[in-house]
Design a protein around this ligand. Structure first.
Ligand code: KG4
Ligand code: ZN
Length: 340
């Protein structure tokens, strides 16, 4: 232990995962995530239930993070928390907890943008991941977001494309629901896609201008396609599940790669990083890696535990902000629509 080491407790509660992490500088000592199973039976996240579950989870999760890191709360130098964007009721639980804890320990508070954190997760010091060099393009793809961001430095980020309707994760999850799969269906589509023929069926690629995305039309196309085929064959889904998933995933991957190619061409940037839950998708990962050969890209895919919602990514931004002395005060409030 070095006397210059900075210990940060980070808290993430923007959606349906309650997470706490301890970082020593840019290294993660612990990263505890409590998922909320309760939402599965409703086919999606129920905001009121999410905030109640955060209230139940937050104290045990923070305790566990401290214990796993073998750190006493008196050793902490600052507390970082997700200020937004996210569900208001969920954000308020983390915000209130962080403010009260920081005040009681008399240490600084660091308010963090969740989307910035998905991007800066690449800078966590971990042997299993490489750090991008500036400038790079970051594509954040999750159940709530779909963005392409030009990253010129840690805190100089410009959104150059985003979804105009559904997020990419919703395209996966809502299509999965139409196929009768449980929530969240994204990982299941990925699993069945591996066994199917991606050219078996054709789905349209909804048009969106410039570097923006549109996914709501795809979900509707899947719905009509399934309804039509079920009329002719009531067992259509069971008999063709792998091929439907493979074709759907092939379409979504195609949309993503088309936009990344355009973004890379427009900006002249060939370093491409991804983040967010959907970056776990094997089709997207493979297409990105293929892009290294095909288009001369250098790609960065974070470790799985830093792609889905987690507090370690909040902690790394907290550490970078701590170095800049960019602290918040007790008047800071949650911001559900916090922009990058
Ligand atoms: O980042 P995340 O954990 O939570 C937020 O939405 O912020 O992302 C969750 C999303 C869900 O839509 C889930 O279906 C999707 O990520 N997802 C996947 C895969 N793993 C998770 N989608 C496609 N393929 C996957 N392997
Ligand atoms: Zn997220």
């Amino acid at each position: 232990m070095n006397s210059k080491d900075i210990y940060i407790l980070a808290i993430e509660s923007s959606c349906d995962d309650t997470s706490a992490a301890i970082l020593c500088n840019d290294k993660v000592l612990s990263n505890v995530v409590a998922n909320q199973e309760i939402h599965t039976q409703y086919g999606g996240v129920v905001p009121e239930l999410a905030s109640r579950a955060h209230q139940q989870n937050i104290v045990p999760v923070v305790h566990q993070a401290l214990a796993k890191a073998n750190i006493d709360k008196k050793q902490l130098n600052a507390i970082a928390f997700t200020q937004g964007p996210g569900l208001m009721g969920s954000l308020l639980v983390g915000t209130s907890f962080a403010k009260a804890f920081a005040q009681s320990l008399d240490i600084p508070l660091l308010a963090i943008n969740h989307m910035q954190a998905h991007i800066l997760a690449h800078f966590i010091d971990d042997d299993d991941q490489k750090k991008p060099s500036f400038p790079f393009l970051a594509m954040t793809i999750s159940g709530g977001h779909t963005q392409i961001v030009k990253v010129s430095s840690y805190f100089d980020m410009e959104v150059i494309g985003e979804t105009m309707d559904d997020a990419i994760g919703e395209a996966f999850d809502k299509s999965a629901k139409i196929l009768g799969l449980p929530y969240p269906g994204g990982p299941l589509i990925d699993k069945y896609a591996a066994l199917g023929n991606p050219k078996a069926f054709q789905f349209p690629k909804p048009k969106a201008p410039e570097l923006n995305f549109s996914f709501s039309g795809l979900k509707t196309a899947v719905l009509y396609f399934i309804q039509k085929n079920l009329q002719e064959n009531p067992n259509f889904i069971q008999e063709h599940l792998n091929d439907i998933c493979a074709s759907l995933q092939y379409t979504i991957v195609g949309i993503v790669i088309d936009k990344l190619k355009k973004a890379s061409k427009n900006t002249g940037i060939k370093h491409i990083a991804i983040g967010g839950g959907v970056s776990a998708n094997s089709g997207i990962r493979k297409a990105l890696i293929d892009g290294e050969q095909k288009f001369g890209w250098k790609t960065y895919i974070p470790k799985f535990e830093y792609t889905t919602d987690n507090a370690a990514m909040i902690g790394i931004v907290g550490y970078l902000k701590y170095l800049e002395k960019d602290f918040s005060n007790e008047k800071t409030t949650a911001n559900a629509r916090f922009k990058l």
